[in-house]
Design a protein around this ligand. Structure first.
Ligand code: SAM
Length: 247
């Protein structure tokens, strides 16, 4: 049926695309993608070729208008990002929003997401987690953003680029202290995949011991604050959060 199909693509291992996803890529009238070179490589890998529509953070609005035109004409349009799930720390949300606002159908095709992949292999929690994504690049803003998360009783999920991993771990240690567990999940599904868990206090040394440990793409997970029960501390905590939100 005519719809915008939001399709998750691999985050490394090219086999991590669903059969349903491959079928879609073989029948879609067009593929809206972040980087046409990247997506044509994926298509080529499976012997496919489709019209590509460049849809990145700088032209999402105009791209959305063109996609909507195609949907009105009864077409199937796939939306992908360079890796993983579109609209999660990636472009896509504006297109989806515009398509929905136009009363047209949006169909998700689930698959890889770096955050969920890292969580599933971390052993950190089977309960709550809080997705943060990328932190601010500047130390002061980064640590202010982290301060707001100190008391949250949920595993925290961060995305990080290789050139900032050391600084970010330093900020995490600074704000959360040395006791909490951290998981550094690097190059997931790729040849040099490495998922290391230790305390935040141990993490800087571990990274410094081998330059390779600082290479590649990272998901960083941090253990949540302990849930305090009984003496009303939890109620007080929630109340403080709610009060901060009041005008
Ligand atoms: N939308 C994507 C998703 O849901 O997986 C995330 C895209 S975001 C622009 C890219 C970030 O995701 C990287 O900087 C890194 O933090 C994380 N990431 C993507 N692929 C990864 C991988 N193979 N291993 C570890 N982290 C990865």
């Amino acid at each position: 049926v005519s719809a915008l199909y939001v399709l998750a693509t691999p985050i490394g291992n090219v086999c991590d695309i669903s059969l349903r996803g491959l079928h879609l890529l073989s029948i879609a009238d067009a593929v809206a993608c972040e980087d046409t070179r990247n997506t044509s490589q994926l298509l080529q890998r499976y012997g496919l070729s489709r019209p590509l529509l460049a849809t990145h953070e700088h032209n999402e609005r105009e791209a959305a208008a063109k996609i909507i035109e195609r949907l009105h004409a009864g077409q199937r349009v796939a939306l992908v990002s360079d890796a993983g799930t579109p609209a999660v720390s990636d472009p896509g949300a504006r297109v989806v929003d515009a398509v929905r606002a136009a009363g047209l159908r949006v169909i998700p095709l689930p698959g890889a997401s770096a955050a969920i992949t890292a969580l599933s292999a971390s052993g950190l929690t089977d309960e709550r987690f809080h997705f943060v994504g990328f932190l601010p690049a500047k130390t002061r803003q980064r640590e202010t953003a982290l301060q707001e998360l100190v008391e949250l009783p949920a595993a925290l999920v961060f995305y990080e680029a290789p050139h900032r991993i050391v600084e970010t771990v330093q900020s995490l240690l600074q704000v959360f202290g040395p006791q909490r567990q951290v998981v550094l999940a690097r190059e997931l599904t790729k040849l040099f995949e490495d998922i290391h868990r230790c305390s935040l206090g141990e993490a800087p040394d571990w990274l410094a011991q081998d330059a390779n440990r600082q290479r590649g793409e990272f998901v960083i997970l941090v253990e949540g604050a302990p849930v305090t029960e009984g003496d009303g501390a939890e109620a007080e905590r929630v109340l403080r959060i709610l009060l901060a939100e009041l005008p």
